[in-house]
Design a protein around this ligand. Structure first.
Ligand code: AP5
Length: 336
């Protein structure tokens, strides 16, 4: 549900007139994003999770007020609530004496259980997996997806490197595998992902899994966690191009930007501070490629129902464009 207010939401709701537009599904969210593109002053959409709605349930006696109050408290004038939060708000509204019935229906609580669970599914945050060979452009494309859709970017490679830098047990155990360009054992990586994905930001905003799962066992572990992704993007790049991308990659330690000496040249003034990853050598790239080919088909098979293959051999911008189109189509389909 998207609630957008033509004026900033007032603090005293009962006595005010606010134009509220409630509409369902991803279409509304998309429309809002389009509005933001054409009019940058439009505020971003804030997700009001179950907790923030529930906090106001006891004080308010109809559902729509909860949206408004929560929006005021979060200092936003545009918000959306998940189906679960809306249902909770609606449940309270039903109990109240002065319920505004025209608001109850869109909340979905009066629907049958079957219908309601379908609606909930439509409103789940995005759960996207990005897979591809080493240096296929997963990180580069995830930057774009994250910016556009505000999902949490979970790169297992980055998480492992951060764990190593922090000298955690997982990081230290993973080091020898990463240095050799081999896959880190499944149990280690599954634990890392499980801990992270259950955190509130991932639950509320959705997530973008970059580099996980890479083996059949990891994919099955994801299922055992109860996680059903909605999109599996496979970035397809020929092996020889991958090796060239590995050896030419440079990273900016200051803001995490990914550059390539030939394909995405860094600005001259930051050249001195750029770093090269220790596994970005031709020899290690070949070992990483072997591991990739040994596992990729088993993972693809598990996600074939939601898999979309993207030609990753074009320029970064062209690949971004293709991925953007795919995701927009998916969202439109969900909302329909
Ligand atoms: P990880 O860091 O995930 O390495 P990777 O899979 O080899 O992928 P990369 O990060 O190298 O590349 P990328 O696809 O993100 O490409 P990028 O956008 O940077 O993992 C490192 C290690 O951790 C693994 O080897 C393993 O040991 C361990 N690990 C991680 N996850 C694991 C798991 N699930 N299970 C077990 N072990 C795990 O782009 C690369 C370069 O190409 C850049 O220079 C970029 O500018 C350039 N580029 C990008 N797109 C284009 C384009 N379209 N055209 C030209 N150049 C491009």
């Amino acid at each position: 549900y998207v609630a957008s207010f033509s004026t900033p939401p007032p603090t005293h709701l009962r006595s005010c007139k606010v134009s509220i537009q409630l509409s369902r599904g991803e279409n509304a969210r998309k429309e809002h994003e389009e509005r933001r593109t054409s009019s940058p002053a439009t505020p971003p959409l804030t997700h009001l999770g179950l907790r923030s709605c529930k906090e106001y349930l006891s004080k308010m006696n109809h559902g729509i007020s909860i949206l408004l109050i929560a929006a005021v408290c979060l200092g936003t004038n545009c918000c959306y609530v998940s189906a679960a939060a809306a249902a909770a708000a609606s449940a309270t509204a039903i109990k109240s004496r002065d319920r505004p019935t025209h608001f109850l229906k869109p909340f979905g609580v009066l629907q049958s259980n079957k219908r309601r669970s379908r609606l909930s599914d439509d409103r789940q945050p995005r759960r996207i997996i990005v897979m591809g060979g080493p240096a296929s452009g997963k990180g580069t494309q995830c930057e774009m997806i994250q910016q556009k859709y505000n999902v949490v970017h979970l790169s297992t490679g980055d998480m492992l490197r951060a764990s190593l830098a922090a000298k955690t047990e997982i990081g230290l155990q993973a080091k020898e595998y990463m240095d050799a360009g081999r896959l880190v054992p499944d149990d280690l990586i599954v634990k890392l992902v499980k801990d992270r994905i259950n955190q509130p930001d991932c639950q509320e905003r959705g997530y973008l899994l970059d580099g996980f799962p890479r083996t059949r066992e990891q994919a099955l572990a994801l299922r055992r966690m109860g996680i059903e992704p909605d999109t599996f993007l496979f970035i397809d790049v020929p092996d020889d191009a991958l090796v060239e991308r590995v050896v030419g990659r440079r990273l900016d330690p200051v803001d995490g930007s990914i550059y390539h000496l030939k394909y995405r040249p860094p600005p001259q003034e930051i050249m001195d501070r750029l770093i090269t990853r220790s596994d970005d050598t031709e020899e290690k790239a070949k070992s990483r490629l072997e591991q990739f080919h040994a596992n990729v088909n088993a993972v693809k098979k598990i996600f074939r129902g939601i898999m979309v293959t993207v030609d990753g051999s074009g320029s970064p911008g062209a690949v971004s464009q293709e991925i953007g189109n795919i995701l927009e189509k998916k969202l439109a389909k969900c909302a329909a």
